[in-house]
Ligand binder design. Structure first.
Ligand SMILES: C[S@@+](CC[C@H](N)C(=O)[O-])C[C@H]1O[C@@H](n2cnc3c(N)ncnc32)[C@H](O)[C@@H]1O
Length: 286
């Protein structure tokens, strides 16, 4: 017979012993998940509440997974992003809070159509469509497994949204022009990969993390193709790593885009490069 108090103590001890950072917090989140309550409501349960056998088994599996450094979001299967609970699996990047900087920027411009390159869980595209009810969207990913997660998220979070999903590399499956192109592409340089935490390096899809080399290859492809896929006056907005602003802004200038800017995230680090297509460039120049 395991009480909530005993289960929590044991879970924290196991995570501490495994060297997991934030052990107490993670134990609480996983225990709340197993008990079927929100994290904030865990404290409302009596400490002497007895776990069912199924709950005890599920908690043991969750703690073992976390001790093996699997991200909490993959264990619980969800991550909150812009107020919505997105389904997460090992096939997609765990939606990050810093990506909400891109959402905030996108919602400051008018758009009726949006293209999301490297959609992953669909967190960017589905959030924008949920916030702009009348807009239509196109989500692209090279990974069919990621697109399956995005489509499941659409069915749950934005069933009314008008979305086309395309499997392929960047613009390959895309037809038409858009008012807004957004992307959070893989941008970690090859030599930075060994420095990532085990949660990221060992559990998140390699394809979502790095294009190899200097980490800039995806920006080169996305920015080179932007003029051919934006409506005149349309915006391109890409998430960047904090040291990549000047390089990515330079690619935008080389592609003839205008009104180029760089926005910080809540930590004050460069996070989004944005640029506008005036419409004066022939797509053949891009
Ligand atoms: C950093 S993740 C971003 C996922 C999601 N948009 C987000 O912000 O959480 C990058 C995504 O780009 C996809 N990707 C990588 N290379 C690609 C390519 N050549 N064409 C299309 N998608 C690609 C990956 O599969 C991954 O889902």
């Amino acid at each position: 017979m395991t009480t909530l108090l005993d289960a929590r103590r044991l879970a924290v001890a196991q995570l501490v012993a495994a060297g997991v950072p934030g052990a107490a917090q993670d134990a609480a989140v996983l225990l709340a998940h197993v008990m079927g309550v929100g994290r904030a409501d865990l404290a409302l349960l009596a400490p002497q509440t007895v776990l069912t056998a199924a709950q005890a088994t599920q908690l043991a599996a969750a703690i073992t997974a976390r001790a093996n450094r699997q991200p909490v979001s993959q264990i619980t299967g969800t991550r909150m992003f812009w107020g919505r609970a997105f389904g997460v699996t090992p096939d997609v990047l765990d939606p990050r809070p810093e990506t909400e900087t891109l959402i905030a920027a996108a919602l400051r411009v008018p758009f009726a159509s949006v293209l999301d390159l490297g959609t992953g869980s669909g967190c960017i595209l589905l959030t924008l469509l949920a916030e702009r009810g009348a807009a239509t969207g196109f989500g692209v990913d090279l990974s069919q497994a990621a697109l399956d997660v995005a489509q499941a998220n659409q069915r749950r979070l934005a069933p009314q949204a008008a979305v086309t999903w395309g499997q392929g590399s960047w613009y390959a499956p895309v037809t038409g022009r858009f008012d807004l192109i957004v992307s959070n592409p893989p941008y970690i340089a090859a030599d930075e990969m060994p420095n990532l935490s085990p949660e990221v390096r060992e559990w998140e899809p390699h394809l979502a993390l790095t294009p190899g080399g200097d980490g800039l290859a995806a920006y080169r492809a996305i920015i080179r193709g932007a003029a051919a896929h934006l409506m005149p006056g349309g915006w391109l907005m890409v998430e960047i790593g904090p040291t990549q602003g000047a390089a990515v802004a330079g690619f935008c200038a080389d592609a003839g885009l205008c009104d180029i800017g760089c926005l910080p995230d809540l930590d004050g680090r460069d996070r989004v490069v944005l640029a506008r297509f005036t419409g004066d460039i022939s797509p053949h120049d891009a």
